[in-house]
Design a binder for this molecule. Structure first.
Ligand code: PLP
Length: 500
Protein backbone atom coordinates (compact mmCIF):
# COMPACT_ATOMS: atom_id res chain seq x y z
CA UNK A 1 0.00 0.00 0.00
CA UNK A 2 2.69 2.41 1.07
CA UNK A 3 4.82 1.36 -1.88
CA UNK A 4 1.96 1.93 -4.28
CA UNK A 5 1.33 5.39 -2.94
CA UNK A 6 5.02 6.16 -3.34
CA UNK A 7 5.05 4.86 -6.91
CA UNK A 8 2.09 7.05 -7.79
CA UNK A 9 3.76 10.20 -6.52
CA UNK A 10 7.11 9.49 -8.15
CA UNK A 11 6.74 11.50 -11.31
CA UNK A 12 8.24 14.95 -10.70
CA UNK A 13 8.97 14.31 -7.04
CA UNK A 14 12.61 15.45 -7.10
CA UNK A 15 13.96 18.96 -7.42
CA UNK A 16 15.60 18.04 -10.72
CA UNK A 17 14.20 19.86 -13.77
CA UNK A 18 11.44 18.24 -15.78
CA UNK A 19 13.08 19.58 -18.89
CA UNK A 20 16.85 19.24 -18.88
CA UNK A 21 17.19 21.01 -22.23
CA UNK A 22 15.46 24.09 -20.84
CA UNK A 23 17.73 24.30 -17.83
CA UNK A 24 20.75 23.71 -20.04
CA UNK A 25 19.72 26.70 -22.18
CA UNK A 26 19.09 28.78 -19.05
CA UNK A 27 22.44 27.72 -17.62
CA UNK A 28 24.28 28.67 -20.80
CA UNK A 29 22.59 32.07 -20.72
CA UNK A 30 23.67 32.59 -17.10
CA UNK A 31 27.22 31.57 -17.88
CA UNK A 32 27.39 33.83 -20.93
CA UNK A 33 25.98 36.75 -18.95
CA UNK A 34 28.44 36.26 -16.11
CA UNK A 35 31.40 35.98 -18.48
CA UNK A 36 30.19 39.21 -20.16
CA UNK A 37 29.87 40.78 -16.73
CA UNK A 38 33.49 40.08 -15.86
CA UNK A 39 34.78 40.88 -19.37
CA UNK A 40 32.96 44.24 -19.51
CA UNK A 41 33.28 45.21 -15.86
CA UNK A 42 34.92 48.54 -16.79
CA UNK A 43 31.65 49.71 -18.39
CA UNK A 44 29.97 49.70 -15.01
CA UNK A 45 30.28 51.99 -12.01
CA UNK A 46 32.57 50.44 -9.41
CA UNK A 47 29.72 50.59 -6.89
CA UNK A 48 26.40 52.39 -6.73
CA UNK A 49 24.02 53.20 -3.89
CA UNK A 50 21.06 50.86 -3.51
CA UNK A 51 17.73 52.60 -4.22
CA UNK A 52 15.12 52.13 -1.49
CA UNK A 53 12.74 50.25 -3.79
CA UNK A 54 15.47 47.77 -4.70
CA UNK A 55 16.36 47.18 -1.05
CA UNK A 56 12.67 46.72 -0.26
CA UNK A 57 12.49 43.83 -2.74
CA UNK A 58 14.73 41.87 -0.39
CA UNK A 59 12.31 42.18 2.49
CA UNK A 60 9.76 39.95 0.75
CA UNK A 61 7.60 37.20 2.29
CA UNK A 62 8.86 33.61 2.48
CA UNK A 63 8.26 32.12 -1.01
CA UNK A 64 5.93 29.20 -0.32
CA UNK A 65 5.11 28.54 -3.94
CA UNK A 66 7.45 27.81 -6.85
CA UNK A 67 8.63 30.45 -9.32
CA UNK A 68 10.10 30.12 -12.78
CA UNK A 69 13.90 29.95 -12.72
CA UNK A 70 14.01 32.49 -15.55
CA UNK A 71 11.99 34.97 -13.46
CA UNK A 72 14.22 34.51 -10.43
CA UNK A 73 17.24 34.94 -12.66
CA UNK A 74 15.80 38.18 -14.02
CA UNK A 75 15.54 39.47 -10.45
CA UNK A 76 19.20 38.57 -10.01
CA UNK A 77 20.29 40.41 -13.17
CA UNK A 78 18.16 43.46 -12.46
CA UNK A 79 18.45 43.86 -8.71
CA UNK A 80 21.47 41.94 -7.44
CA UNK A 81 24.14 42.36 -10.11
CA UNK A 82 24.04 46.18 -10.34
CA UNK A 83 24.40 46.54 -6.57
CA UNK A 84 27.28 44.16 -5.82
CA UNK A 85 30.32 45.19 -3.74
CA UNK A 86 32.32 46.17 -6.80
CA UNK A 87 35.55 44.35 -6.04
CA UNK A 88 35.60 42.70 -9.47
CA UNK A 89 36.11 46.22 -10.88
CA UNK A 90 39.65 47.51 -11.37
CA UNK A 91 38.69 50.76 -9.63
CA UNK A 92 37.93 48.95 -6.36
CA UNK A 93 40.68 49.79 -3.86
CA UNK A 94 38.81 49.65 -0.57
CA UNK A 95 39.73 47.42 2.36
CA UNK A 96 41.77 44.46 1.03
CA UNK A 97 39.53 42.76 -1.52
CA UNK A 98 40.68 40.41 -4.25
CA UNK A 99 39.23 40.75 -7.76
CA UNK A 100 38.50 37.08 -8.51
CA UNK A 101 38.98 35.57 -11.98
CA UNK A 102 36.84 33.96 -14.67
CA UNK A 103 38.77 30.74 -14.00
CA UNK A 104 37.85 30.81 -10.31
CA UNK A 105 34.24 31.54 -11.20
CA UNK A 106 34.05 28.49 -13.47
CA UNK A 107 35.69 26.33 -10.79
CA UNK A 108 33.03 27.47 -8.30
CA UNK A 109 30.36 26.28 -10.68
CA UNK A 110 32.06 22.90 -11.02
CA UNK A 111 32.38 22.63 -7.23
CA UNK A 112 28.67 23.38 -6.82
CA UNK A 113 27.85 20.67 -9.36
CA UNK A 114 29.86 18.09 -7.42
CA UNK A 115 28.30 19.31 -4.16
CA UNK A 116 31.16 17.67 -2.27
CA UNK A 117 31.28 17.81 1.51
CA UNK A 118 34.92 18.15 2.55
CA UNK A 119 34.45 17.51 6.25
CA UNK A 120 35.85 14.03 5.71
CA UNK A 121 35.58 10.59 4.05
CA UNK A 122 37.63 9.17 1.23
CA UNK A 123 37.11 11.05 -2.03
CA UNK A 124 39.27 12.98 -4.45
CA UNK A 125 37.99 16.47 -3.50
CA UNK A 126 39.81 15.93 -0.18
CA UNK A 127 42.94 14.97 -2.10
CA UNK A 128 42.60 18.22 -4.06
CA UNK A 129 42.56 20.10 -0.75
CA UNK A 130 45.57 18.09 0.45
CA UNK A 131 47.33 18.96 -2.80
CA UNK A 132 46.81 22.68 -2.15
CA UNK A 133 47.98 22.21 1.45
CA UNK A 134 51.13 20.59 0.09
CA UNK A 135 51.72 23.38 -2.43
CA UNK A 136 51.21 26.01 0.27
CA UNK A 137 53.63 24.13 2.52
CA UNK A 138 56.23 24.24 -0.26
CA UNK A 139 55.59 27.94 -0.94
CA UNK A 140 56.09 28.86 2.69
CA UNK A 141 58.99 26.52 3.43
CA UNK A 142 57.17 24.45 6.07
CA UNK A 143 58.23 20.88 6.98
CA UNK A 144 56.48 17.76 5.68
CA UNK A 145 54.59 17.16 8.95
CA UNK A 146 52.72 20.45 8.53
CA UNK A 147 48.94 20.42 8.18
CA UNK A 148 46.60 22.91 6.59
CA UNK A 149 42.95 23.65 6.14
CA UNK A 150 40.69 25.93 4.13
CA UNK A 151 38.41 28.17 6.17
CA UNK A 152 36.24 31.19 5.43
CA UNK A 153 38.96 33.77 5.92
CA UNK A 154 41.92 34.87 7.98
CA UNK A 155 39.66 35.86 10.89
CA UNK A 156 38.72 32.20 11.28
CA UNK A 157 42.28 31.01 10.57
CA UNK A 158 43.63 33.30 13.30
CA UNK A 159 41.04 31.98 15.75
CA UNK A 160 42.00 28.38 14.99
CA UNK A 161 45.68 29.28 15.46
CA UNK A 162 44.93 30.81 18.87
CA UNK A 163 43.20 27.55 19.84
CA UNK A 164 46.10 25.39 18.64
CA UNK A 165 48.51 27.59 20.61
CA UNK A 166 46.25 27.28 23.68
CA UNK A 167 46.15 23.47 23.47
CA UNK A 168 49.92 23.39 23.02
CA UNK A 169 50.44 25.59 26.07
CA UNK A 170 47.98 23.84 28.40
CA UNK A 171 47.83 20.31 27.02
CA UNK A 172 44.84 18.51 25.57
CA UNK A 173 43.08 18.47 28.93
CA UNK A 174 42.18 22.12 28.32
CA UNK A 175 39.57 20.81 25.90
CA UNK A 176 37.68 19.27 28.80
CA UNK A 177 38.63 21.64 31.63
CA UNK A 178 38.65 25.01 29.85
CA UNK A 179 41.11 27.85 30.36
CA UNK A 180 39.87 29.16 33.67
CA UNK A 181 42.71 30.22 35.95
CA UNK A 182 45.39 29.57 33.33
CA UNK A 183 46.26 33.30 33.14
CA UNK A 184 47.54 32.98 29.58
CA UNK A 185 48.64 36.15 27.79
CA UNK A 186 49.21 36.77 24.09
CA UNK A 187 51.05 39.52 22.23
CA UNK A 188 50.66 41.35 18.98
CA UNK A 189 51.21 44.89 17.73
CA UNK A 190 48.92 47.89 17.92
CA UNK A 191 48.72 47.71 14.14
CA UNK A 192 47.46 44.11 14.07
CA UNK A 193 44.01 43.30 12.69
CA UNK A 194 41.07 43.44 15.10
CA UNK A 195 40.19 39.81 14.43
CA UNK A 196 43.06 38.77 16.69
CA UNK A 197 41.43 40.60 19.61
CA UNK A 198 38.17 38.94 18.65
CA UNK A 199 39.88 35.53 18.54
CA UNK A 200 41.15 36.02 22.10
CA UNK A 201 37.64 36.96 23.15
CA UNK A 202 35.98 33.99 21.43
CA UNK A 203 38.64 31.58 22.71
CA UNK A 204 37.65 32.53 26.27
CA UNK A 205 40.80 34.42 27.31
CA UNK A 206 39.15 37.81 27.07
CA UNK A 207 40.58 40.54 24.89
CA UNK A 208 42.47 42.07 27.85
CA UNK A 209 44.76 39.05 27.73
CA UNK A 210 46.05 40.33 24.39
CA UNK A 211 48.87 42.84 24.82
CA UNK A 212 48.99 45.28 21.91
CA UNK A 213 52.60 46.39 21.71
CA UNK A 214 53.80 49.73 20.29
CA UNK A 215 55.04 50.00 16.73
CA UNK A 216 57.83 51.95 15.05
CA UNK A 217 57.17 54.61 12.42
CA UNK A 218 56.79 51.90 9.78
CA UNK A 219 54.09 50.23 11.93
CA UNK A 220 56.33 47.25 12.76
CA UNK A 221 56.10 45.80 16.23
CA UNK A 222 58.70 47.13 18.69
CA UNK A 223 60.47 43.87 19.52
CA UNK A 224 62.33 45.33 22.52
CA UNK A 225 59.05 46.58 24.01
CA UNK A 226 57.53 43.16 23.37
CA UNK A 227 60.39 41.47 25.23
CA UNK A 228 59.92 43.84 28.21
CA UNK A 229 56.17 43.22 28.31
CA UNK A 230 56.64 39.45 28.31
CA UNK A 231 59.14 39.76 31.20
CA UNK A 232 56.75 42.00 33.16
CA UNK A 233 53.88 39.57 32.68
CA UNK A 234 56.02 36.64 33.81
CA UNK A 235 57.02 38.59 36.92
CA UNK A 236 53.33 39.19 37.60
CA UNK A 237 52.70 35.42 37.55
CA UNK A 238 51.04 35.34 34.14
CA UNK A 239 51.73 32.77 31.42
CA UNK A 240 52.72 34.23 28.04
CA UNK A 241 51.90 31.67 25.35
CA UNK A 242 51.53 33.31 21.95
CA UNK A 243 52.96 36.05 19.74
CA UNK A 244 51.10 37.07 16.59
CA UNK A 245 53.27 38.81 13.99
CA UNK A 246 51.83 40.63 10.99
CA UNK A 247 52.96 40.03 7.42
CA UNK A 248 51.15 43.01 5.94
CA UNK A 249 49.21 45.10 8.44
CA UNK A 250 45.69 45.97 7.42
CA UNK A 251 46.17 49.76 7.64
CA UNK A 252 49.39 50.33 5.74
CA UNK A 253 50.86 46.94 4.82
CA UNK A 254 53.72 46.82 7.33
CA UNK A 255 55.65 43.58 7.79
CA UNK A 256 56.94 42.87 11.28
CA UNK A 257 60.52 41.70 11.76
CA UNK A 258 59.57 38.03 11.52
CA UNK A 259 63.15 36.80 12.04
CA UNK A 260 63.40 38.68 15.34
CA UNK A 261 59.92 37.55 16.44
CA UNK A 262 60.72 33.96 15.63
CA UNK A 263 63.98 34.09 17.62
CA UNK A 264 62.21 35.70 20.57
CA UNK A 265 59.45 33.08 20.55
CA UNK A 266 62.00 30.25 20.47
CA UNK A 267 63.91 31.80 23.38
CA UNK A 268 60.73 32.34 25.41
CA UNK A 269 59.01 29.08 24.43
CA UNK A 270 56.04 30.87 22.85
CA UNK A 271 53.86 29.90 19.88
CA UNK A 272 54.71 32.11 16.91
CA UNK A 273 51.73 32.76 14.64
CA UNK A 274 51.84 35.01 11.58
CA UNK A 275 48.77 36.84 10.31
CA UNK A 276 49.61 36.90 6.62
CA UNK A 277 46.06 37.57 5.45
CA UNK A 278 47.23 39.21 2.26
CA UNK A 279 50.99 39.58 2.80
CA UNK A 280 51.94 35.90 3.10
CA UNK A 281 51.32 35.30 -0.61
CA UNK A 282 53.93 38.01 -1.22
CA UNK A 283 56.26 35.01 -0.99
CA UNK A 284 55.33 34.39 -4.66
CA UNK A 285 56.86 37.73 -5.67
CA UNK A 286 60.65 37.59 -6.00
CA UNK A 287 60.68 41.28 -5.05
CA UNK A 288 58.70 40.81 -1.82
CA UNK A 289 59.85 37.36 -0.68
CA UNK A 290 63.02 38.64 1.06
CA UNK A 291 60.86 40.98 3.18
CA UNK A 292 58.99 37.97 4.53
CA UNK A 293 62.16 36.30 5.81
CA UNK A 294 61.38 34.46 9.03
CA UNK A 295 57.86 33.44 7.99
CA UNK A 296 59.16 29.94 7.29
CA UNK A 297 59.97 29.49 10.99
CA UNK A 298 56.47 30.38 12.24
CA UNK A 299 54.43 27.77 14.11
CA UNK A 300 51.37 28.71 12.07
CA UNK A 301 50.39 31.12 9.30
CA UNK A 302 46.95 32.45 8.37
CA UNK A 303 46.37 33.69 4.83
CA UNK A 304 43.66 34.35 2.28
CA UNK A 305 43.78 33.05 -1.26
CA UNK A 306 40.84 35.40 -1.93
CA UNK A 307 43.02 38.51 -1.55
CA UNK A 308 46.34 38.63 -3.46
CA UNK A 309 45.73 35.07 -4.69
CA UNK A 310 42.71 36.35 -6.73
CA UNK A 311 40.63 33.27 -5.86
CA UNK A 312 36.91 34.15 -5.60
CA UNK A 313 35.50 34.50 -2.08
CA UNK A 314 35.93 32.75 0.20
CA UNK A 315 39.24 30.97 0.46
CA UNK A 316 40.92 31.56 3.82
CA UNK A 317 43.64 29.16 4.89
CA UNK A 318 45.63 28.10 7.93
CA UNK A 319 48.87 26.15 7.88
CA UNK A 320 50.35 24.68 11.07
CA UNK A 321 53.97 23.58 11.31
CA UNK A 322 53.29 20.59 13.57
CA UNK A 323 50.24 18.80 12.22
CA UNK A 324 49.94 16.67 15.36
CA UNK A 325 49.34 19.74 17.51
CA UNK A 326 46.73 20.88 15.03
CA UNK A 327 44.91 17.54 15.21
CA UNK A 328 45.25 17.41 19.00
CA UNK A 329 43.25 20.63 19.14
CA UNK A 330 40.26 19.57 17.07
CA UNK A 331 39.95 15.83 16.55
CA UNK A 332 37.06 14.39 18.50
CA UNK A 333 35.88 10.83 18.01
CA UNK A 334 32.19 10.21 17.41
CA UNK A 335 30.46 6.94 16.63
CA UNK A 336 28.79 8.40 13.58
CA UNK A 337 32.16 9.59 12.24
CA UNK A 338 33.95 6.26 12.72
CA UNK A 339 37.09 5.87 10.59
CA UNK A 340 37.87 2.71 8.65
CA UNK A 341 40.84 1.46 6.65
CA UNK A 342 38.76 0.94 3.51
CA UNK A 343 35.46 2.08 2.06
CA UNK A 344 34.17 5.64 2.11
CA UNK A 345 35.10 6.11 5.79
CA UNK A 346 38.82 5.63 5.10
CA UNK A 347 41.42 8.38 4.69
CA UNK A 348 41.68 9.59 8.28
CA UNK A 349 42.66 12.17 9.47
CA UNK A 350 39.90 14.19 7.91
CA UNK A 351 39.63 17.98 7.61
CA UNK A 352 37.05 17.99 10.43
CA UNK A 353 39.99 16.97 12.68
CA UNK A 354 41.66 20.30 11.92
CA UNK A 355 39.00 22.86 12.73
CA UNK A 356 35.52 23.47 14.10
CA UNK A 357 33.63 22.76 10.85
CA UNK A 358 32.20 19.37 9.99
CA UNK A 359 30.34 20.21 6.80
CA UNK A 360 32.71 22.05 4.48
CA UNK A 361 32.49 23.13 0.85
CA UNK A 362 35.04 22.63 -1.89
CA UNK A 363 37.01 25.90 -1.54
CA UNK A 364 40.11 24.00 -2.56
CA UNK A 365 38.88 23.49 -6.13
CA UNK A 366 38.86 27.15 -7.16
CA UNK A 367 42.29 27.55 -5.52
CA UNK A 368 43.64 24.44 -7.28
CA UNK A 369 42.32 25.73 -10.61
CA UNK A 370 43.80 29.18 -9.96
CA UNK A 371 47.24 27.86 -9.01
CA UNK A 372 47.38 25.42 -11.90
CA UNK A 373 45.88 27.68 -14.59
CA UNK A 374 48.00 30.73 -13.87
CA UNK A 375 51.02 29.22 -12.12
CA UNK A 376 52.66 30.79 -9.09
CA UNK A 377 55.11 32.83 -11.19
CA UNK A 378 52.30 34.71 -12.91
CA UNK A 379 50.44 35.22 -9.63
CA UNK A 380 53.68 36.50 -8.09
CA UNK A 381 54.12 38.92 -11.00
CA UNK A 382 50.58 40.26 -10.38
CA UNK A 383 51.46 40.82 -6.72
CA UNK A 384 54.64 42.68 -7.71
CA UNK A 385 52.62 44.78 -10.15
CA UNK A 386 50.05 45.83 -7.54
CA UNK A 387 52.97 47.11 -5.43
CA UNK A 388 54.33 49.01 -8.45
CA UNK A 389 50.89 50.60 -8.89
CA UNK A 390 50.91 51.58 -5.21
CA UNK A 391 54.34 53.14 -5.84
CA UNK A 392 52.86 55.07 -8.76
CA UNK A 393 49.97 56.30 -6.59
CA UNK A 394 52.47 57.35 -3.94
CA UNK A 395 54.43 59.34 -6.54
CA UNK A 396 51.23 61.06 -7.72
CA UNK A 397 50.38 62.01 -4.13
CA UNK A 398 53.87 63.33 -3.46
CA UNK A 399 53.81 65.40 -6.64
CA UNK A 400 50.48 67.06 -5.81
CA UNK A 401 50.63 69.91 -3.26
CA UNK A 402 46.92 69.50 -2.46
CA UNK A 403 47.56 65.95 -1.25
CA UNK A 404 49.56 64.58 1.65
CA UNK A 405 50.97 61.08 2.19
CA UNK A 406 50.08 59.82 5.68
CA UNK A 407 52.16 56.64 5.93
CA UNK A 408 55.16 55.06 4.22
CA UNK A 409 54.13 52.83 1.32
CA UNK A 410 55.59 49.39 1.95
CA UNK A 411 53.53 46.96 -0.11
CA UNK A 412 50.31 47.69 -2.01
CA UNK A 413 48.54 50.13 0.33
CA UNK A 414 48.65 53.92 0.10
CA UNK A 415 47.23 56.16 2.84
CA UNK A 416 46.88 59.83 1.99
CA UNK A 417 44.55 62.78 2.33
CA UNK A 418 43.36 65.95 0.73
CA UNK A 419 44.71 68.96 2.62
CA UNK A 420 41.79 70.81 4.19
CA UNK A 421 40.94 72.72 7.36
CA UNK A 422 38.45 70.20 8.72
CA UNK A 423 40.50 67.38 7.29
CA UNK A 424 38.85 64.31 8.82
CA UNK A 425 35.38 65.38 7.83
CA UNK A 426 36.38 66.52 4.35
CA UNK A 427 38.32 63.33 3.59
CA UNK A 428 35.54 61.12 4.92
CA UNK A 429 33.13 62.96 2.60
CA UNK A 430 35.54 62.69 -0.34
CA UNK A 431 35.67 58.91 0.04
CA UNK A 432 31.88 58.58 0.21
CA UNK A 433 31.52 60.97 -2.75
CA UNK A 434 33.95 58.91 -4.84
CA UNK A 435 32.23 55.66 -3.92
CA UNK A 436 28.83 57.10 -4.82
CA UNK A 437 30.15 58.50 -8.10
CA UNK A 438 31.09 54.99 -9.22
CA UNK A 439 34.55 56.19 -10.32
CA UNK A 440 36.54 54.26 -7.73
CA UNK A 441 36.11 52.67 -4.31
CA UNK A 442 38.80 53.58 -1.82
CA UNK A 443 38.11 53.15 1.93
CA UNK A 444 39.32 55.02 5.00
CA UNK A 445 41.30 54.37 8.14
CA UNK A 446 42.48 56.40 11.10
CA UNK A 447 46.23 56.90 11.53
CA UNK A 448 47.07 58.64 14.81
CA UNK A 449 43.61 60.18 14.77
CA UNK A 450 43.97 61.47 11.21
CA UNK A 451 41.46 60.14 8.72
CA UNK A 452 43.26 58.70 5.72
CA UNK A 453 41.98 57.84 2.26
CA UNK A 454 43.19 54.28 1.97
CA UNK A 455 43.80 52.63 -1.39
CA UNK A 456 44.74 48.95 -1.26
CA UNK A 457 45.71 47.78 -4.74
CA UNK A 458 44.86 44.09 -4.78
CA UNK A 459 42.89 43.55 -7.99
CA UNK A 460 44.88 42.12 -10.94
CA UNK A 461 42.77 44.28 -13.30
CA UNK A 462 43.85 47.60 -11.81
CA UNK A 463 45.93 49.76 -14.12
CA UNK A 464 47.72 53.14 -14.00
CA UNK A 465 44.61 54.81 -15.51
CA UNK A 466 42.59 53.65 -12.46
CA UNK A 467 45.14 55.34 -10.20
CA UNK A 468 44.87 58.49 -12.33
CA UNK A 469 41.06 58.36 -12.07
CA UNK A 470 41.28 58.05 -8.28
CA UNK A 471 43.62 61.03 -7.99
CA UNK A 472 41.45 63.13 -10.31
CA UNK A 473 38.36 62.22 -8.28
CA UNK A 474 40.02 63.05 -4.95
CA UNK A 475 41.07 66.45 -6.29
CA UNK A 476 37.66 67.17 -7.78
CA UNK A 477 35.60 66.13 -4.78
CA UNK A 478 38.20 67.65 -2.44
CA UNK A 479 37.80 71.02 -4.14
CA UNK A 480 33.99 70.73 -3.97
CA UNK A 481 33.96 69.68 -0.34
CA UNK A 482 36.44 72.39 0.68
CA UNK A 483 34.38 74.98 -1.19
CA UNK A 484 31.27 73.72 0.58
CA UNK A 485 32.80 74.16 4.04
CA UNK A 486 31.01 77.53 4.23
CA UNK A 487 27.95 76.69 2.16
CA UNK A 488 25.61 73.95 0.92
CA UNK A 489 27.14 70.80 -0.54
CA UNK A 490 27.03 70.90 -4.37
CA UNK A 491 24.94 68.26 -6.14
CA UNK A 492 26.97 65.18 -7.06
CA UNK A 493 26.53 63.30 -10.27
CA UNK A 494 24.98 59.85 -9.90
CA UNK A 495 25.70 57.09 -12.38
CA UNK A 496 22.58 55.51 -13.89
CA UNK A 497 21.93 51.95 -12.65
CA UNK A 498 23.08 49.25 -15.10
CA UNK A 499 21.39 45.88 -15.27
CA UNK A 500 22.95 42.89 -17.03
C1 PLP B 1 46.04 41.70 8.15
C2 PLP B 1 44.66 41.15 8.12
N1 PLP B 1 44.31 40.20 9.00
C3 PLP B 1 43.07 39.65 9.01
C4 PLP B 1 42.13 40.05 8.10
C5 PLP B 1 40.78 39.42 8.13
O1 PLP B 1 40.68 38.55 7.04
P1 PLP B 1 39.26 37.98 6.56
O2 PLP B 1 38.48 39.19 6.15
O3 PLP B 1 39.59 37.09 5.41
O4 PLP B 1 38.65 37.27 7.70
C6 PLP B 1 42.44 41.04 7.17
C7 PLP B 1 41.43 41.51 6.20
O5 PLP B 1 41.66 42.36 5.40
C8 PLP B 1 43.74 41.60 7.16
O6 PLP B 1 44.10 42.53 6.27
Amino acid sequence: MVREALLQSESGHTLDPQDWDAIRAQGHRMLDDMIDYVANIRDRPVWQPIPDDVRARFRAELPRQASELGDVYREFTDFVVPYATGNVHPGFMGWVHGGGTAVGMLAEMLAAGLNANLGGRDHIPIEVERQVVEWTRQMLGFPSEASGIFVTGTSMANLIAVLVARTTALGQSVRQCGVEGAALTAYTSRAAHGCITKAMDIAGFGSDALRCIDVDRFHRIDVAALRCRIALDREAGLNPFLVVGSAGTVDIGAVDDLVALSALCREEGLWFHVDGAFGALGILSPMLAPRLAGIESADSIALDFHKWGQVPYDAGFLIVRDGQRHRDTFSSPAAYLRRETRGLSAGSPWPCDLGPDLSRGFRALKTWFTLKTFGTERLGAIITRTCALAGYLESRVLAEPRLELLAPVQLNIVCFRYRAADSNRVNGDIVMDIQESGIAAPSTTLLDGELAIRAAIVNHRTEARDIDALIAAVLEFGARRSASEDGPVPELEQSPPLAM
